[in-house]
Design a binder for this molecule. Structure first.
Ligand code: PLP
Length: 445
C-alpha cells in the first residue's frame, strides 16, 4: 500500500488547512486510535487531546457504548426520512430529551448535521418567522466581532472573523457586527450593539446571534452582566435573541448549556458538537414555544427547509446515549470542578512565568494569553509567532491544543474532554508550563 502521507497529499483537501504547506509536507499526524482523553497516532505516539479534537468529544474517545448504540440502530433502521409527516423513534425521543434539558420555553427542535447548518437554519427560521408575521423587512442579523458561527453561507456571514469572509469573495447582505465584550466593558459592548441596531433601523433587525462564550475568537468569557443586557436590549427593540451553544452546550462550561451560567433564556439556541460528542454528525436549533406556535399557525403550505440527514436515526440514537452518559456520570459537575482545577493551574503558570497575561476558564473551556508584558498587556508582534511556537512545544510534549492568533493576540485555548480527572488536568497544565517556559527562553524575555 502506498504511504498514507503521499495519498493524503495527492487526494485529500483538508478543511481549514494551510493548503500549500500540506501540499509540500503532507499530514503531520495521522491518528489511529482514541481512548478517554488520549489520541494515538499510527507511529504509536500518544497525545492528550486538550481541545476534545474540535471542542466536541465531550465524553472522551473510545466509548464502546456509543459504537454499540450506533450499530444496533443501524441494524434496525439505518435511515428513513423525517421529511413531511414521516418520523421515527430516535428523533422523537431526542427532540423530547433536548426540550427537557434546555431551560424555560425552549421546547421544539429542528435537526441538522452540524453547527454551520444549525446557524444557517436559525437565520432562515427567524427571517421566516418575521415574514409570516407580516414584517418581511426584518432580515438583518447582528452578531459580534470575533464571533464564529460556521462556514455555510449565512453562518460565515455571521462570523465576525474577517479571515473567514475571504474565500466567498464577500459577505452576504443583511449581516452586520457589533463590538465583542472582549477588550470592551459591558457598557461599551452594549452601546455598540445599540448603535448598530439604531443605525441599521430596529424594524429591519431579525435577530441578534451570539455565542455565550466566544470560542474560536479565543475563549472570550463575557463580563457577568453582559448576556442579560443583550437579552434586555433585544426585548427593548423587539428583536429575537439566538444563542449559539455549539461549543458551550452539553456540559462544556460546567452547566449543561452555557446560557445557564447567566440565567439568560433566548428565543432560539443552536447546538451541535457535544450533543453526540462527535461520534456522529448532528446539530440542531431549539425554538421557543412562542416561535413554534407562530410557525405552526402562520406558515402556509410546506416549510421549505430540511436536510436529508435532519434527525438521522443512528445520529439521534447516539446523541441520546451520549446525553445519558453525561447525566449518569455527572460529567457537568466534573466539568465545573475540573474547570476550577484547570484555572488554578493556569494561575500558577502565570505567577511562575514572564509572558502570561490573562488566564481564564469557565468549566472546561479555558484560555491562556501570551503577552510581551503582563503588566501593560503589551502583545507580541504577530511576526514572533509566539502562540504557534507554544502549540508546537506542547505537541512535542504530547499535548494537542489550539492557538488563536487573530489580530495581535496570542491565545492558547483549552477544552479537554469533560471526563478528565485531576491528575490528568495537572499533567496537561504542567506540560503547558514547560512549553511556555521553553518558548520564553527562546524569546529571552
Ligand atoms: N458555532 C460555533 C460556536 C462553533 O464553534 C462552530 C465550529 O467550531 C460552529 C458554529 C460550526 O459548526 P460545524 O463546524 O459543525 O459546522
Amino acid at each position: 500500500m502506498k504511504d498514507l502521507i503521499e495519498l493524503d497529499k495527492k487526494h485529500f483537501i483538508h478543511p481549514t488547512s494551510p493548503i500549500q504547506q500540506q501540499q509540500e509536507k503532507g499530514a503531520k499526524v495521522i491518528f489511529e486510535k482514541g481512548e478517554g482523553i488520549y489520541l494515538t497516532d499510527r507511529m504509536g505516539n500518544t497525545f492528550i487531546d486538550a481541545m476534545s479534537s474540535l471542542w466536541n468529544v465531550n465524553i472522551g474517545h473510545g466509548r464502546k457504548e456509543l459504537a454499540e448504540t450506533a450499530a444496533k440502530q443501524m441494524e434496525k433502521l439505518a435511515f428513513s426520512s423525517t421529511f413531511s409527516t414521516f418520523s421515527h423513534e430516535p428523533a422523537i425521543k431526542l427532540a423530547e430529551k433536548i426540550a427537557s434539558i434546555t431551560p424555560g420555553h425552549l421546547n421544539a427542535v429542528f435537526f441538522t448535521s452540524g453547527g454551520s447548518e444549525s446557524n444557517d437554519s436559525a437565520i432562515k427560521l427567524v427571517r421566516h418567522y418575521w415574514r409570516i408575521q407580516a414584517q418581511p423587512n426584518r432580515r438583518k442579523i447582528i452578531s459580534l466581532k470575533r464571533g464564529y458561527h460556521g462556514v455555510a453561507a449565512g453562518s460565515t456571514s455571521a462570523t465576525g472573523i474577517p479571515e473567514f469572509w475571504g474565500m466567498a469573495g464577500h459577505m452576504m447582505t443583511d449581516f452586520t457586527h457589533a463590538e465583542s465584550p472582549y477588550e470592551n466593558n459591558t457598557n461599551q459592548a452594549i452601546d455598540s450593539l445599540r448603535q448598530v441596531i439604531e443605525t441599521e433601523g430596529s424594524d429591519k433587525i431579525a435577530a441578534v446571534l451570539v455565542e455565550p462564550v466566544q470560542g474560536a475568537g479565543g475563549v472570550l468569557i463575557p463580563p457577568a452582566d453582559y448576556l442579560q443586557e443583550v437579552r434586555d436590549l433585544c426585548n427593548e427593540y423587539g428583536v429575537l435573541l439566538v444563542l449559539d451553544e455549539v461549543i458551550t452546550g452539553f456540559g462544556r462550561t460546567g452547566k449543561m448549556f452555557g446560557m445557564e451560567n447567566w440565567g439568560v433564556v433566548p428565543d432560539m439556541i443552536t447546538f451541535a458538537k457535544g450533543v453526540t460528542s462527535g461520534y456522529f454528525p448532528l446539530g440542531g436549533v431549539v425554538v421557543s414555544d412562542q416561535i413554534h406556535e407562530v410557525l405552526k399557525e402562520k406558515s402556509k403550505g410546506t416549510l421549505f427547509h430540511g436536510f436529508t440527514y435532519s434527525g438521522h436515526p443512528a445520529a439521534a440514537a447516539v446523541a441520546l446515549k451520549n446525553i445519558e452518559i453525561i447525566e449518569r456520570e455527572d460529567l457537568v459537575e466534573n466539568s465545573r470542578q475540573m474547570g476550577s482545577v484547570m484555572l488554578n493551574g493556569f494561575q500558577h503558570v502565570k505567577e511562575d512565568l514572564n509572558i502570561v497575561g490573562d488566564v481564564r476558564a469557565i468549566g472546561l473551556l479555558g484560555a491562556v494569553e501570551l503577552v510581551q508584558d503582563p503588566k501593560t498587556n503589551k502583545h507580541f508582534s504577530p511576526d514572533a509567532q509566539v502562540a504557534p511556537k507554544v502549540i508546537e512545544a506542547l505537541h512535542e510534549r504530547g499535548v494537542i491544543c489550539r492557538a488563536v492568533s487573530y489580530g495581535n493576540s496570542d491565545i492558547i485555548c483549552f477544552a479537554p474532554p469533560i471526563t478528565i480527572n485531576e491528575n490528568q488536568v495537572n499533567t496537561m497544565v504542567g506540560k503547558l508550563h514547560d512549553s511556555i517556559l521553553a518558548v520564553q527562553k527562546q524569546l529571552s524575555v
